[in-house]
Every structure is written in C-alpha cells, then in structure tokens.
Design a protein around this ligand. Structure first.
Ligand code: FES
Ligand code: MG
Length: 576
C-alpha cells in the first residue's frame, strides 16, 4: 500500500454537528427524510451521483446499481445519499453531448462542494459522462470512486456479431450503396444494441472507462464487466463498501490523479487502439488534477506502445465482452507492466502493482501477446504542419493503409449542413483521390466539436467500391468510427486557424509516417487570404451556447472552460 495523506475530520460534521441553529435545522431535516440520528450522525456521507435517465439506454441499469452502491455504503458504516445529475446520452443529445461535458463537470463539482458530502461514488459511462464526472470530482477533490456503466452485450444479426456504432456506420454505407434494403435495416434496428450498457466496441465509452480504471479511480477490473452481468452489481456494491474506508483514510483524487497516472492512461488508451476522443478528455481531466498533459505526451508515448487489444473498430473482430473474458483491463495491463508506473495509489487499497499480481490473459486472439500485436505502435498519431500549427490527430490504424501518404485536391465544405446537402451531387466531381475538408465544426464554431469527422463518402463513389478517403476537419469523430480522418485540427477555422483559408482545388498532403499535414499553398497567398478573412458570426447569441463559446479552449488544450481549468482556491461553503 502506498502512503497517502492523513485522515481528516468528517467534512459533513460542519453541517450536522457544529452546534447552533443550522446544525439543529440540518438534523431536523434529516429526521424529515426519515432517518434516525444513529443511522447517520458521525458516519461519512457518501453522495452517489447518478447519470441514469429514461432517455439514456447506456445508463438504463444505473438506478439498480445505485441501490447496490447504497447496500455497500450502509454495510461499511456510511450514510448514502443519491443525487440525480444530468445525463449525457451520446445518441440522443444534440448537437453533441460534448457541448455539455463541462456543464456536468461543473454540476458534479458544485454538488459535492455545496452539500454535506464526505465522498462520492460516480455512476456513468456513456462517452462524455466519464470525463465529466472525473473532472468534477478532481476539481472538488473529495474521495471518490467511479463505477463504470459497463458495455452492453454484443449485437447479433443473421448470424453475424454486431458492434454498436461501428456496424451502424458500416451497414448505413451498404444501404446508401444500394446493397442493403429497408427490411434488413429494420432487422438491424433490433440487433445492433440489445441490452443496457454503453457501446461494446473499443469506442469512446470503453476507452474512457478503461482510462478511469488505470488512473486508479475504479475498483480493480471494473471497466469491462458487461453492464447486465451480475458481476457488475457486485462491483457496484464493492465500490459502496470501499468508499467509506477511503473517506476515513483521506485518499483524495489529488493523491491518485498524478502525472504518472495520466502517462499510464495515455499508454493504455494507445495500447487499446482506443478512441481519438480520449486525447481531448485526458488532457482536460489532467488539467483539472493540476497535471499539464499535452499532445506531445501522446506523440512521445505512442511509438513505445503496441496495440494489443484486438477489439473493433481498430482491431477486431472482437467486442468488449470477449475482452472481459480474455482477462479484461488487468489482463491487458499485465502485458505492458514495463511501460507503466506500478507503484501508484488507487482507490482500491492497493497499488497498481498489487492489483495486477496474478492478472492473466485467457485468450490471446483477443488480447494479443507483445510478439504478435495488432499494430506495432499506438493507434493514434499527432500531426503537425501549416494546416494544423497546434496539432491534429488521426487514428491511422483504423483506416485503409494505402492512404497513409496521400496528396490530393481539397473539396471544402463550410459547414456540415452544406456538406450533407451537396456531397452526393455528381456535379462536384469528387474522386477517391480528393481530400474532403469540413470546417466550422470545432470547439467554438460547432460549437462543441460535433462528431462529424468521419465525413460521408459520396454515394457514387461508394457504389464504385470506395470505402475510405482522406478527410480533414476541426470536428471530432465517434470512437466507434474509422477511416483516414484527420480530426481536432487546431486552431479551428472559427478562430481563424489555417483551415479557414483552404479553398477547393488546393493540394493537401498527409504523411502519417512523417506526422505531417500540409496545405501546399505558398505563404504569400495564405497571407493574402488571411487579410480577406473575417470571423463568422457566433451561432448562439444567448444562453448556455453563448457561455460555452465564450469560455471554451481549443482541442489541443482539452476543450475545458478557462475558468474551470485554471488553478486557484475555492472557499468551503459556510454551513454553520
Ligand atoms: Fe452511449 Fe455509445 S451511445 S456509449
Ligand atoms: Mg461515441
């Protein structure tokens, strides 16, 4: 066990036991809730932050899981209180839940700060929920355990195993190409996603929950347990049992979320062939923990890490349930212990080294040995060049390899709607060699960087059998997507990044091996175009959208709000 900070007096005692009118009132109101004094006084108050909602299929089971957490908390001598917090449903929330990640992080932080809470159990897993809850917990810095929602069961259709997301994109393109009819599509609707739980590919959800586990914020082995497996309920109860001593020991996120922890998270995400979204989220999460993580860290670590998880979309054909039964994250980590910082504390009363003792891989087809990796180096590359002075990312291992080095003329779309309207128009004369460029979809311009980055290939090219093209945008891409898509171009076009200056017909060169992306137009011409450029109007004139656009930072620094990312002291609320 690694030494950590000393235990402190319960924070909640300021509300309940400080004496005076307020404490009297807080006790009276707890009686109103139906609790006896001996049920809660002197016990750690555990807030269970629950992102369950009727609209979120990935979190359908979290109401029951909150009960399991409560069971654990009561048995360990704590006082559990469930707090509903907003749900970020990747499928339903528009324009993108990314717009609301920082809002949930703010809600998380302020709930924990403003109520009589000693520690928290955080329930979530659909994409942005994980970074949002962890960013808030890091900022509040109260002891916290993350309970990942767990992947849904594999999809099935006509004898095939389906990955939610990944196969949705694939079969939609088949439909557009005229190879799949409406009947088949209706059948697929019932087969793609068949149980509670988050996407069961190595998409953003699985990538981020794995990151949470290796950071040390979950119970050991928690992240890959299928959502509807009874082991998932046991894991939730175990988190409830553990949070109470964690509070007594005074182990806070700041003890766990160290630079070493984030380097290990980068290593893990790359070795899993995980989602490009993890780049933005890990940088933002690290920022909240006071750790400066940059694109250079990803660039430096990527060549050292082989991709070992043979899970869709980067590898395959396997899905998260296969990964779980092949040994899950502990099995995977046992293969790369030489690349990790093992003597770090975790929430589980054991260092990472102690947790990985005895971890095994049970299926080498799913979690490959180092001698036979899915790819020799990390799945995400950072690109630089005159088109992306502050960087861009590409998941080159989930793309057609003949495009790794490519020069082609740009076809530029100023926004996603005009792209949708015109992409299939043969008059544009797009060939497989063209480079599709989308702008106006960045953090500020989107706003919220919608997952538009896997730009659709023109229907007439799909019909000719084209399945991949070089595509460039300041948007993000779903973790379940694939293709030679350059993403997160920074600075974005909306703030005058070079993407704003590209014109259709300009030559663009992508060279993944050289990590470069260049607009082959001379500097004098670019300067001339810059002088003519004026910023587009803001999309939101008021409300949260306007607040977002005012405070959002660029992709290379994590898309946090400046006022949340900056370091500084917040006073404890006066409870007396
Ligand atoms: Fe929730 Fe994919 S839609 S994780
Ligand atoms: Mg997603």
């Amino acid at each position: 066990m690694v030494a950590v900070s000393e235990p402190t007096q319960l924070r909640s005692s300021q509300w309940y036991e400080a004496g005076g009118l307020r404490s009297f009132s807080h006790r009276a109101r707890t009686r109103q809730l139906g609790y006896l004094p001996e049920e809660h006084l002197g016990k750690p108050v555990v807030a269970i932050l629950n992102t369950w909602s009727d609209i979120n299929p990935c979190h359908q089971h979290l109401r029951e899981r909150a009960q399991a957490v409560k069971r654990g908390v009561w048995q360990a001598g704590g006082f559990p209180l469930e707090f509903p917090v907003s749900t970020l449903s990747e499928t339903f929330q528009k324009p993108t839940p990314m717009l609301y990640r920082n809002l949930l992080s703010l809600e998380t932080e302020e709930l924990l700060r403003s109520y009589p809470v000693d520690g928290a159990v955080l329930l979530g897993g659909c994409d942005k929920s994980t970074p949002a809850l962890l960013m808030g917990a890091a900022s509040a810095d109260l002891p916290a355990i993350f309970v990942p929602a767990g992947p849904m069961l594999p999809g099935h259709w006509r004898g095939e195993t389906l990955g939610s997301g990944t196969d949705m994109w694939k079969y939609w393109d088949e439909h557009r190409a005229g190879r799949l009819g409406d009947c088949e599509l209706t059948e697929l609707e019932s087969g793609l996603a068949r149980s509670a739980g988050h996407c069961m590919t190595m998409g953003t959800a699985s990538t981020l929950t794995a990151a949470a586990e290796v950071l040390g914020m979950t119970m050991p082995g928690a992240s890959s347990i299928p959502a509807v497996d009874s082991g998932h309920e046991r894991m939730a109860a175990a988190a409830g049992l553990r949070i109470v001593p964690l509070i007594r020991e005074g182990i806070k996120p700041s003890d766990i979320l160290t630079r070493e922890a984030f380097e290990d998270a980068v290593t893990t995400v790359l070795g899993l062939g995980g989602s490009t979204n993890a780049v933005i989220h890990l940088i933002a999460m690290a920022g909240r923990a006071g750790v400066t993580l940059t694109l250079d860290d990803f660039d430096r670590i990527a060549p050292t890490v082989p991709v070992l998880a043979n899970v869709r979309p980067a590898g395959g054909p396997y899905l998260m349930e296969d990964f779980h039964f092949a040994g899950g994250l502990p099995g995977f980590l046992s293969r790369i212990t030489d690349l990790l910082h093992l003597d770090r504390p975790t929430v589980a009363h054991a260092s990472l080294r102690e947790q990985l003792e005895g971890a095994l891989v049970h299926n080498e087809a799913v979690i490959r040995p180092r001698t036979n990796p899915v790819a020799d180096e990390g799945g995400v590359a950072v690109l630089r060049g005159n088109l992306c002075p502050d960087g861009a990312v590409i998941k080159h291992i989930a793309a057609e390899q003949h495009l790794l080095k490519h020069t082609g003329p740009a076809v530029v779309f100023d926004d996603y709607r005009s792209l949708q309207r015109t992409i299939d128009d043969p008059a544009l004369g797009i060939t497989a060699d063209h480079v599709l460029v989308l702008r106006g979809a960045g953090p500020k311009g989107g706003p919220g960087m919608p997952e538009y980055g896997m730009l659709p290939i023109p229907k007439y090219l799909l019909e000719q059998g084209v399945r991949d093209m070089v595509r460039i945008s300041d948007a993000r891409m779903s973790g379940t997507s694939y293709g030679m898509c350059v993403l997160h171009v920074a600075p974005e076009s909306h703030v005058g990044g070079p993407l704003a200056l590209v014109r259709s017909g300009d030559l663009i060169t992508l060279d993944v091996a050289a990590r470069s992306l260049s607009l082959d137009v001379d500097d004098a011409e670019l300067e001339r175009r810059r002088a003519e450029w004026s910023p587009p109007p803001e999309r939101y004139e008021r409300g949260y959208g306007a607040l977002y656009a005012e405070h959002i930072t660029q992709a290379d620094t994590g898309c946090d709000f400046g006022f949340l990312a900056r370091r500084g002291h917040n006073p404890e609320p006066y409870a007396g």
